[in-house]
Write a protein that binds this ligand. Structure first.
Ligand code: BG6
Length: 487
C-alpha cells in the first residue's frame, strides 16, 4: 500500500522561479540579438478601462514601428531588473533564504543571436556558466527552462516563428549546444514554458504575428505541434548527452469548475479540462488523445503533420510534469467551446473566491485539486514551478510589510502539504518571481511577486537596490523547517 506521508520529503526542493526576459536586462550586451520579448512595449495597464491591458501580442505594424524608432517606446523587458550584472548579489540573497533550487531560463538570442548562426555565441554561453557556478557555490540546483516566452526576433521576421517547421532544427541546434555545454552543471530541464498559452498569445508563446495568419486557433495548435516535436527531439537527444538529465513538460494548469450542476455544464468543464491537459497528455503519453482529434474535426482545425511525427513524439516523453498554478476558472456550456477554453481571462466569475488586484481568482483548494488530478492522470512526479501573488507593494521606512503575500503563499503551501498527504509525489516548489521582475502579461514592474523588492518603476526609474520584504524572512523559516513553520 502507498505510504501516507504527512510531511514534505527530506530532499524537497524549495526555491523560486524567474525567466531571462523578465530579469536579465542587458538586452544587447554580450553579443545577444534582439528577441521577441524585447518588443513588448509598455502600454497603459489601466487603458481601455481594464486592469489587465495585456501587452503580449505584437502586430506586424507595431513590430515595424518598434524596430524603426525604438526610442519612442518604453520596453521594460529590455531592462529587466539588471540580473545580468547583479546575479551574484541576487543569488546571495536566494542562498540567505535557503533556496535549494532556482528556476531560470536561458535566452535563445544570447546563444544564437538571430537563431541562424552555425556556432553559438561564446559570451552568451559564458554568462550562464558563471551563473551556474555561482549557484553551485551555495548548493542551489538550477532548474532551466530552454524557451520561456522569447526567441530571436529574426525568426519571427523570416518564418513567422513556430508557424514554420524550419524552427525545429534551429531549436535543436540551440538546445543541443546548451545541453552539451552544461551537462555537468544542470540536471533538471524544461524545454518549453507553458506551451498551452499559445492559445492565449501566439506571439509570446510562439513568436507568431497574429495578423499574418488566417485562423488563429488553428495556428496556435500548428505551432504547438512543431513545439511538441522540438521538445520530444530535444529530450531524446538529451538522453544521449547525459543519463542524469530529467525533463519536464510544463503547462499553465487552470482547473475549470462547472458553473452549475447541469450535466451540460459538467461536460463543458470536462472539455475545458481536456483542452488544458491535452498538452501534458501529448508530452507524457507521447501521442495525441482521441478527444482532441474529435475537437479538431468538429472545429475544422487541420494540423499539418508529417510521416514519422508520431514516432518522434513517442520517443521523447517527459520525466515529470511541471506546471504553474495561479487560478481556477468556471465553465458553462457554450455552442462554441473555443470561446472559453484555454484562455487566461475567464468570462465567468466565481463568487466564492477572492480576486487579486489584477482580477486573478485566488484558490488554494484548487491547487490541491490540480495536484491530485495531475498525479492521478500521469502517475509521475509533479513540480509546481510557478505560484504566487502579483501585488502592489509599498515601501514604508525602508520596509515592505507584505502580509497579503505571506497569507497567499501559506495557504498554497498548506494545500500542497495536503496533496502530499493525499499521496501526490512532488519534487519541489518554486514560487514565481522570487525577486520582483517585469510582468509577462502587462510589462509592469509594479505588479510584484517577490520576496525581494527591486527599486524600479514601470518607466525604469529607481536605484535597482534590492530590499528584503517581510515575506523574505517568512519564506526562510518555511525552508528551514521544511514546510513545518508556516505561521
Ligand atoms: C506565467 C509565466 O504564466 O505567469 C510567467 O510563465 C509570468 O512568465 C507569470 O510572469 C505571471 O504572469 P504576469 O503577467 O503577472 O507576469
Amino acid at each position: 500500500m502507498h505510504k501516507v506521508r504527512t510531511e514534505f520529503p527530506k530532499n524537497f526542493l524549495w526555491g523560486g522561479a524567474t525567466a531571462a526576459n523578465q530579469i536579465e536586462g542587458a538586452y544587447l550586451e554580450g553579443g545577444k540579438g534582439l528577441s521577441t520579448s524585447d518588443m513588448a512595449a509598455y502600454k497603459d495597464p489601466y487603458g481601455e478601462g481594464r486592469v489587465n491591458n495585456f501587452t503580449f501580442n505584437v502586430s506586424s505594424e507595431e513590430l515595424e514601428k518598434y524596430l524603426l524608432n525604438p526610442e519612442k517606446y518604453n520596453f521594460p523587458k529590455r531592462r529587466g531588473i539588471d540580473f545580468y550584472h547583479r546575479y551574484k548579489e541576487d543569488i546571495r540573497l536566494f542562498a540567505e533564504m535557503g533556496f535549494k533550487v532556482f528556476r531560470l531560463s536561458i535566452s535563445w538570442a544570447r546563444i544564437f543571436p538571430t537563431g541562424l548562426e552555425d556556432e553559438p555565441n561564446e559570451e552568451g554561453l559564458k554568462f550562464y556558466d558563471d551563473v551556474f557556478d555561482e549557484l553551485k557555490k551555495y548548493n542551489i540546483e538550477p532548474l532551466v527552462t530552454m524557451s520561456h516566452y522569447e526567441m530571436p526576433i529574426e525568426l519571427t521576421k523570416r518564418y513567422n516563428g513556430w508557424m514554420s517547421r524550419e524552427l525545429i532544427p534551429l531549436f535543436i541546434k540551440y538546445t543541443t549546444a546548451i545541453m552539451e555545454r552544461y551537462k555537468d552543471k544542470v540536471k533538471y530541464w524544461i524545454p518549453f514554458n507553458e506551451m498551452n498559452m499559445n492559445l492565449n498569445s501566439i506571439y509570446t508563446g510562439a513568436g507568431v504575428l497574429e495578423d499574418k495568419v488566417t485562423n488563429v486557433i488553428q495556428a496556435a495548435y500548428q505551432t504547438s505541434h512543431h513545439q511538441f516535436l522540438a521538445q520530444a527531439m530535444t529530450i531524446s537527444n538529451g538522453r544521449k548527452i547525459s543519463k542524469d538529465f530529467k525533463f519536464g513538460c510544463m503547462i499553465n494548469a487552470i482547473e475549470s469548475y462547472a458553473a452549475t450542476s447541469k450535466p451540460e455544464d459538467q461536460l463543458a468543464s470536462l472539455k475545458a479540462g481536456q483542452i488544458n491537459l491535452f498538452y501534458p497528455d501529448v508530452q507524457v503519453r507521447g501521442y495525441y488523445p482521441s478527444y482532441m482529434i474529435r475537437y479538431f474535426k468538429e472545429n475544422n482545425i487541420n494540423i499539418v503533420q508529417q510521416e514519422g511525427d508520431n514516432e518522434i513524439l513517442k520517443n521523447g516523453t517527459s520525466d515529470y510534469v511541471a506546471f504553474s498554478y495561479y487560478m481556477t476558472h468556471m465553465t458553462e456550456h457554450r455552442e462554441d467551446m473555443r470561446d472559453i477554453a484555454g484562455r487566461l481571462d475567464s468570462p465567468l466569475k466565481n463568487p466564492n473566491l477572492e480576486i487579486s488586484e489584477w482580477d486573478w481568482p485566488i484558490d488554494p483548494i484548487g491547487f490541491r485539486i490540480v495536484l491530485n488530478k495531475l498525479y492521478d492522470r500521469y502517475q509521475i512526479p509533479l513540480w509546481p514551478v510557478e505560484n504566487g501573488l502579483g501585488a502592489h507593494d509599498k515601501v514604508v521606512d525602508g520596509k515592505i510589510h507584505d502580509d497579503y503575500r505571506i497569507d497567499y503563499l501559506r495557504k498554497h503551501i498548506s494545500a500542497m502539504a495536503d496533496a502530499i498527504e493525499d499521496g501526490v509525489e512532488i519534487i519541489g516548489y518554486t514560487t514565481w518571481g522570487c525577486i520582483d521582475l517585469v510582468s509577462c502579461g502587462t510589462s509592469q514592474m509594479s505588479k510584484r511577486y517577490g520576496f525581494i523588492y527591486v527599486d524600479q518603476d514601470d518607466h525604469g526609474n529607481g536605484t535597482l537596490d534590492r530590499i528584503r520584504k517581510d515575506s523574505f524572512y517568512w519564506y526562510k523559516k518555511v525552508i528551514e523547517s521544511n514546510g513545518e513553520k508556516l505561521i
